[in-house]
Write a protein that binds this ligand. Structure first.
Ligand code: KE4
Length: 440
């Protein structure tokens, strides 16, 4: 088929029917907003299963999957080692509300792979991890105010659903109904990737700050890596003013390198939050860090935190199978190479079609931008991208069997199951898509 022939529209009738029924029982018909396709238009897909790098929807359409359940499935769908670990655990039990050897094993593994984590506590989502880490940082410093950055997302914690204040005001404003102003009055929102603004802020407020929480590689405003020196500056000001530096590695942990973004950039935080990959696709989050900080956590210390299903034997079994597999020699070199091949191929094809397009990638994470910028490095530049062009591209790719994140503000994920065939098919689909888009 030539690069210019359009492919027949896929039928999504069963997904559409399920969506109508879902809306009768679930707000917006989905259990998490981004799944509703409001960022790209049209009805969301409902999926029946996955295998390797491939997803099958309820209308039996198959797609190469670059969402990977939003990051956890770095080995692809239904990896044999994960399935086997789950089957073995299923024969033992689903959970006890008491401790298991597996929790010791995964804690030891996390502390080994991320040396800045001397003590770690498992929870059941990234949100719980960031919420708990902030509480511990406040307990450790006896300070209340926190700093986050525009464009970074850390889960739906009240004090983090905050958008930048107007003008010079760095105090945040609620970014969701139901979040009391009193919460956001404790949250400063600073511009992303701006070391000068960070230093100036800390010179004025540094002694008030309990913690700074940052996605070391922003993955929730599409993918925007830190500018050279930015994380180092953040580390320095936190040390200077006694603020706890929290790297939210829920998405980047074990995704960009075996030791996460902190090992990739060689900047050591005081605390780290994790999720996604460490659960192997099941609900797991974690927060951890320096021993003296983590010993504040109940029952050892006075900062309370708890969870019925924390350390679930099933979730830990899946997570441990994944953490074992990613330690294979050459795993990340191979992942980096495949992501790089995909990004270079997309840029080449967009350039040949005269479409303004640029990418970022780190390890198995990538970001694609319909932008005239050489590289997109700030929240403002992300917001200036051509979102309408992305929406058309998303649907052109979907109709050619490639499932991208349904939002111009999300990162994409390459996993070990994306082989040469999947990358080649993706680039063929992209060539057709770029040649169909209007040159803007
Ligand atoms: P969860 O509570 O959704 O497990 O994790 C929250 C979270 C925390 N920190 C970072 C850096 C994250 O990326 C996330 C969640 N990521 C989104 C994807 N951008 C999850 C997808 C969704 O919200 O449905």
């Amino acid at each position: 088929m030539s690069a210019f022939e359009s492919t027949p529209e896929k039928s999504h009738s069963r997904s559409a029917a399920l969506f109508e029924e879902a809306k009768r029982y679930i707000p917006g018909g989905v259990n998490s907003p981004v799944r509703a396709f409001r960022g790209v238009g049209g009805n969301p897909l409902f999926f029946q299963g996955g295998e390797g790098a491939w997803l099958t929807d309820e209308d039996n359409n198959r797609y190469i999957d670059y969402v990977g359940a939003w990051g956890p499935l770095i080995l692809g769908h239904r990896h044999p080692a994960v399935i086997e670990a789950l089957q073995t655990q299923l024969m033992q039990g689903l959970g006890y509300g008491a401790s298991t050897e597996a929790e010791v094993t995964i804690a030891k593994t996390i502390c080994k792979l991320v040396p800045s984590i001397e003590r770690v506590r498992l929870v059941t989502s990234g949100t719980e991890a960031t919420m708990s880490a902030i509480r511990v940082a406040r307990g450790f410093t006896r300070r209340d105010k926190i700093v986050k950055f525009e464009g970074c997302y850390h889960g739906h914690v009240d004090g983090l659903l905050v958008k930048a204040g107007s003008g010079a005001l760095t105090l945040g404003e609620p970014d969701s109904l139901g979040v009391p102003k009193a919460y956001t009055d404790l949250t400063y929102v600073l511009p992303s990737n701006d070391a000068d603004a960070l230093v100036a802020f800390f010179e004025k407020h540094g002694n008030e700050i309990a913690c700074v929480i940052v996605e070391p590689i922003a993955g929730n405003m599409n993918l925007v890596p830190p500018l050279p020196g930015y994380l180092e500056t953040m580390r320095d000001v936190c040390t200077q003013y006694g603020a706890v530096l929290i790297f939210d590695e829920v998405m980047t942990g074990f995704r960009v390198a075996l030791g996460g973004a902190q090992s990739h950039y060689k900047v050591t935080p005081d605390m780290t939050t994790l999720g996604k990959v460490i659960g192997g696709g099941l609900p797991v989050g974690a927060f951890g860090g320096r021993r003296e900080i983590m010993e504040m956590v109940a029952p050892m210390g006075a900062v309370y935190q708890a969870g019925t299903l924390a350390g679930s034997p099933l979730a830990v079994a899946a997570g441990m199978a994944m953490l074992t597999a990613i330690q294979a020699p050459g795993f990340y070199e191979s992942l980096n190479a495949r992501t790089g091949t995909l990004m270079n191929g997309l840029e080449e094809r967009a350039r040949a079609a005269g479409i303004p397009f640029t990418t970022h990638s780190v390890g198995g994470m990538f970001g694609c931008f319909f932008s005239k910028e050489e590289k997109v490095n700030t929240f403002e530049q992300v917001m200036a991208c051509n979102v309408e062009q992305f929406k058309k591209y998303f649907h052109l790719m979907l109709n050619r069997g490639v499932y991208l994140a349904p939002s111009a503000f999300e990162a994409g994920f390459v996993g070990a199951a994306h082989g040469d065939r999947e990358i080649g098919l993706t680039l063929d689909a992209a060539e057709q898509a770029f040649n169909t888009l209007e040159r803007s």
